[in-house]
Design a protein around this ligand. Sequence first.
Ligand SMILES: [Zn+2]
Length: 106
Amino acid sequence: MIEIIRVDEPALAHLILGYLETHGIPGEVVGDQAFWSDGSMVPRDMRPTVRVADEHAEDARRLLQEFEDRRTSGESWFCPKCGDVVPPAFAECPVCRVVRPPRKAG
Ligand SMILES: [Zn+2]
């Protein structure tokens, strides 16, 4: 497994993982828990990290770049079917798979 990105928020790590998985890249999030399974504290500098298999690392980095571009520049949108607020990084609703409606001109 190769480390793709390290983030501050466990929720963001899982959002990124979900995004990669919708593009056919399986991965895992490590370091998103406060305690190890034996009950000892996870070090504070162990931040949530997204990892993917070595052969997917290049694709994952490219997707992540797109993800970051959209996350920082895009706007959340409402799914026309279920009404959920969908983060800008998603091109389709993660709940019902409705494709994002085209942006209004201007
Ligand atoms: Zn939906």
